[in-house]
Write a protein that binds this ligand. Structure first.
Ligand code: SF4
Ligand code: SF4
Length: 195
């Protein structure tokens, strides 16, 4: 019959329209900003720098290797490497970023910086309410604003952050010097063979 498809479609629309007054699960409107839909684990917006411990300076994982700066397609990362070194989160002396800026008006949220970082130092945030009235300086995020704790990272990407923690713990365990061998019992030599 001509128009049967249109009638079926209208019936579905009418059922949903009327149902939305009586069935709560049909109410899909979210009263933003008082209500917010949960964001999926893999949602991403702009990059942030992760630090361990409670100290954003001392615990910063970034060692200013500049790989992300080189690989960023629109070149919106700007880093100045420190002159001196400080212990990193594992106690090893490392350079650190004296300056680390990201121009989020240019960033295209591609996540390439995250993928190329060998130190798990840069990750993607989920904050999207970053609009400002000004176009330039206000959209330049500096090291202080970019630095977020590992606890925060866990709160936004729990599965990914747990995997990163496990990977870092494994790498740290491999770097630990092997425990000294137990001393041989008195009177025996490790090289002597039974006769
Ligand atoms: S997400 Fe992409 S565009 Fe944005 S800073 Fe990282 S590499 Fe650059
Ligand atoms: S965020 Fe990673 S890739 Fe970028 S400079 Fe720091 S350590 Fe290097």
């Amino acid at each position: 019959m001509i128009g049967a498809g249109i009638l079926k479609g209208m019936a579905v629309t009418a059922r949903n329209f009327v149902g939305s007054y009586f069935e709560k699960e049909r109410l899909i409107t979210v009263q933003y900003p008082e209500e917010r839909s949960p964001l999926p684990e893999n949602y991403r917006n702009f990059p942030i720098l992760i630090y361990d411990t409670d100290d954003a300076e001392a615990g910063l994982r970034c060692v200013a290797c500049k790989i992300c700066e080189k690989e960023c397609p629109p070149q919106c990362i700007y880093i100045i490497k420190s002159e001196d070194k400080k212990p990193d989160y594992m106690g090893k002396p490392q350079f650190y970023p004296a300056v680390f800026d990201i121009d989020i008006s240019v960033c295209m949220s591609c996540q390439i910086c995250v993928e190329v970082c060998p130190f798990e130092a840069i990750k993607m945030d989920k904050v999207f309410e970053l609009s400002t009235r000004e176009r330039f300086d206000a959209l330049l995020q500096r090291k202080g604003e970019l630095s977020k704790s590992n606890t925060y990272y866990h709160s936004i990407h729990p599965i990914e952050a747990a995997e990163v923690d496990a990977k870092l713990a494994e790498a740290a365990a491999k770097k630990k010097p092997a425990a000294p061998a137990a001393p041989s019992p008195a009177g025996t030599s490790p090289k002597s063979s039974p006769t």
